[in-house]
Design a protein around this ligand. Structure first.
Ligand code: GLY
Length: 295
């Protein structure tokens, strides 16, 4: 009989060959639960492993903003007992998911920008600044996409007129996020998300990954993580829609697949979810690396 499950993803659009990174993250989370930790600790550890991998758009692999220099990250963690912590547009930390975990122990649920960074320092997180080779390569690709007018939603946008970086106007990138959901032997459910953001991004832009009901949701019936273009996910409160279907008794794979269809096909979207019935589902309208482990 299954006692625990960890399900991880590397972001919609991620190469399925990166499955090994998702498996490693799931293994880290499952091991913790087999040793007695709860689902919340498991998803945080799994997300941390994905942030450290460097091949995914989160933590050490985070995308650059439009100036080609700035990294601002979002992260969140929530469990079925209602514990919730998130950070938005945080800079200068290695593992935003660990800072989000610390936010749970404050009177707040979401800290952003400079305040989040200073909170991280108070909690002992060291300054971290690193741009991965992958992020640099993606940045170069985006410059080409922008000059060709290939980016939906950005073709007619006056980017130059809205430029809010200190460096001079320059160019852009694609999207993905990491996520983990888990259920532990006691039936507790949790979700963790982390991202360098979908690109292209202005300074200060916040996506779905750290917004409850949009990029994530957890409750007594299940835990859900989503990935894709944050603006589109936020407008539809995707994670809560998936959760509500699961809570209403819909099989998890069907709930995930069903909610993919509310997006136009040119919007990349991925969903992973797990239910209190120890059932999981994965759906994506693009390639997506993911892994599941059961114990
Ligand atoms: N889904 C990640 C983001 O839009 O920031």
């Amino acid at each position: 009989m299954t006692r625990a499950i960890v399900l991880t993803h590397g972001g919609v659009g991620s190469d399925p060959d990166l499955k090994d990174g998702c498996e490693l993250a799931a293994r880290v989370g499952l091991k913790l639960m087999m040793e007695g930790a709860g689902a919340l600790e498991a998803v945080v550890a799994a997300a941390c492993a994905l942030e450290d991998d460097g091949r995914f758009n989160a933590g050490s692999g985070s995308s650059l903003r439009l100036d080609g220099k700035t990294i601002e990250m979002d992260a969140a963690v929530m469990d079925s007992s209602g514990r919730l912590g998130a950070v938005a547009a945080i800079e200068g930390v290695k593992n935003p998911i660990l800072v989000a975990r610390e936010v749970i122990d404050t009177p707040h649920v979401l800290l952003c920008g400079q305040g989040a960074r200073e909170f991280a320092r108070k909690r002992g997180f060291k300054e971290f600044s690193w741009v991965s080779p992958r992020a640099k390569a993606r940045y170069e690709e985006i410059k080409v996409a922008i000059s060709r007018g290939d980016l939906p939603g950005w073709k007619d946008f006056d980017l130059k007129g809205n430029w809010n970086f200190q460096v001079q106007y320059s160019e852009v990138f694609p999207s993905d996020t990491i996520g983990a959901v888990a259920i532990d032997p006691k039936g507790n459910l949790a979700v963790a998300n982390s991202t360098g953001g979908a690109s292209p991004m202005l300074k200060g832009r916040v996506g779905d990954s750290c917004l409850i009901g949009c990029g994530f949701y957890a409750g007594p019936s299940g835990a859900v993580a989503t990935t894709g273009i944050g603006e589109e996910i936020i407008k539809r409160t995707l994670a809560k829609l998936v959760y509500d279907r699961i809570a209403g008794g819909m099989p998890v794979p069907e709930a995930c697949q069903d909610l993919l269809t509310i997006f136009p096909k040119d919007i990349p979207i991925g969903i992973i979810a797990i239910s209190s019935r120890y059932e999981y589902g994965v759906a994506a309208n693009r390639e997506m690396a993911w892994a599941v482990l059961e114990g």
